[in-house]
Design a protein around this ligand. Structure first.
Ligand code: PEP
Length: 249
């Protein structure tokens, strides 16, 4: 049985003190062992949140990482730096990074590998544009992203730590959610892709999230689907709605 994982992507929102105030207002209401709960604040908050989350159920996640261990990479953050702050999860390949900052499939793969080497979990985002869905290309697009992201990654690492988030770009921040059947079909397809790349056991271990305008009203239905193992939540994770999503049942 796969444990569900619900992660909040705060994106570029909140100063450290605003983020701390919000975190402290919700932290003790999230006390579940049923679901893995992750908060991914901006880099500037990671140090402070690492202390605040000590001994709490909520795990710390990052929104990005660079794949080199150290060196002349101005403005970047290495996996070791994240590990030192007790970061357990890291979003890679979010569509905003792919489209606004030129993150390629190859970079996503390098980032995933660098995180896995240090026993951290990449949350690998994949998903199609509206045009790609309308032209029926969505399965090809997502299959290519999944295969590229997992290139040369050992199956034990996939089983232990990889999370894939299916995030149709047209559903991110738009208030338009994929239907639970559309989301389930693609999450099932992602699992099948991983089965073909590795084996049944690996595919069964893999956790596949859905992301795209998840809110307290649609969470229960989406999360009831067999192949959807959690949610990656953007806008709603900045509000008390996140607690309602975590307690979706
Ligand atoms: C996201 O950016 O990962 C996301 C899912 O955003 P939203 O929930 O706001 O659509």
């Amino acid at each position: 049985m796969r444990k569900k994982i619900i992660a909040g992507n705060w994106k570029m929102n909140y100063t450290v003190s605003q983020g701390e105030d919000f975190l402290l207002s919700i932290i003790d209401t999230i006390n579940t062992d049923e679901v893995d709960v992750v908060i991914c604040p901006n880099f500037t908050m990671l140090d402070r949140f690492s202390d605040l989350l000590e001994g709490k159920k909520v795990k710390l996640g990052s929104q990005n990482v660079y794949y080199e261990p150290k060196g002349a990479f101005t403005g970047e953050t290495s996996p070791y730096m994240l590990q030192a702050l007790n970061v357990k999860y890291c979003i890679v390949g979010h569509s905003e990074r792919r489209t606004l900052f030129g993150e390629t499939d190859e970079m996503v793969n390098n980032k995933a590998k660098a995180l896995l080497e240090l026993d951290m979990s990449p949350i690998i985002c994949v998903g199609e544009t509206l045009e790609q869905r309308n032209s029926g290309e969505m399965f090809d697009v997502v299959e290519k992203q999944v295969k590229a992201a997992l290139k040369d990654i050992d199956k034990e690492m996939v089983k232990r730590n990889v999370v894939i988030a299916y995030e149709p770009i047209w559903a991110i921040g738009t208030g338009v959610t994929a239907t639970s059947d559309e989301a389930e079909d693609m999450c099932k397809f992602i699992r099948k892709t991983v089965l073909n790349l590795y084996d049944k056991e690996t595919a069964e271990c893999l956790r596949v999230q859905y992301g795209g305008s998840v809110n307290p009203k649609n969470a229960a239905e989406i999360l009831s689907k067999e192949d959807i193992d959690g949610a990656l939540v953007g806008g709603a994770s900045l509000k008390n709605d996140f607690v309602s999503i975590v307690n979706y049942e």
